[in-house]
Ligand binder design. Structure first.
Ligand code: 13P
Length: 256
């Protein structure tokens, strides 16, 4: 029997950036470069704005990366003006979707119970959630960061059965590190990732915990990626700003 191993991953969250032309150029540059790279089982995921998903999956079809969305509404269809559904993503062959990003929590007031519905809606269509968790600065300063992350996981993903949970990728993104140029130190990242893995082990057992991919996100770039990824519990990164330039993003991939 083939032994399951934990997947390493670098995912690019483009957020609300790039015109169509720019998006196509960036995706093509990354795809071309990845043609020459042996990812050794690691996965590269590009998460462009939703209107570029079809173009991205077209390129991905003949290339070495997967495509992720940045958000969904947790129903298959209906009167929800402006939203997109997991059913629509599935039809485009989108494999991943970011859920619970701090920007969705902050600007769109998304809370843990709503995020749990999104997780369920994605799994119904076999799309892998990249579930983001992480504390804001005052919470870290008050030494509440472990509690905060625990609650986010408990209320949005730990209701899943083992089969469902095994499809999830966790991304630890301390909010104070996102877009600030101040990344978590290697020690802070490892400490939280080990804690998250411990929580998963308590909930689902050591074997599931060992197989869960846990990404770090927050000012990760070509300079700090190697050190962050060298930690035993850091399995790659969810990259914002540095995923918008092919050269920077490829440098991060090479740090895996
Ligand atoms: P930055 O890499 O720009 O800090 O953003 C991280 C992020 O939010 C990825 O989801």
């Amino acid at each position: 029997m083939k032994k399951e191993i934990r997947k390493k991953m670098v995912a690019g969250n483009w957020k609300m950036n790039k015109t169509f032309e720019e998006a196509e150029k960036l995706i093509t540059e990354i795809a071309d470069a990845l043609d020459e790279v042996d990812l050794k089982g690691a996965e590269v995921v590009l998460c462009p704005p939703s209107i570029y998903l079809e173009m991205a999956t077209d390129v991905a079809y003949e290339s070495n990366f997967k495509v992720g969305a940045q958000n969904i509404y947790p129903l298959d269809e209906g009167a929800f003006t402006g939203e997109i559904s997991p059913l629509m993503l599935k039809a485009l062959k989108v494999d991943y979707c970011i859920i619970g990003h701090s920007e969705r929590r902050k600007y769109f007031h998304e809370q843990n119970d709503f995020l749990s519905q999104k997780v369920d809606a994605l799994l119904k269509h076999d799309i892998h959630p990249i579930f983001c968790c992480g504390e804001i600065l005052p919470e870290r300063e008050a030494n509440q960061h472990f509690e905060v992350v625990k609650k986010q996981l408990e209320e949005s993903v730990f209701h899943l059965d083992e089969k469902g949970f095994k499809k999830i990728v966790i991304a630890y993104e301390p909010v104070w590190a996102i877009g600030t140029g101040v990344n978590a130190t290697s020690g802070q990242a490892q400490e939280m990732h080990a804690y998250i893995r411990e929580l998963i082990a308590k909930q689902y057992g050591a074997e599931v915990a060992k197989l869960t991919t846990i990404l770090y996100g927050g000012s990760c770039n070509g300079k700090n990626a190697s050190e962050l990824f060298s930690n035993p519990d850091v399995d790659g990164g969810l990259i914002g700003g540095a995923s918008l330039k092919a050269k920077d993003f490829l440098l991060i991939i090479s740090a895996l």
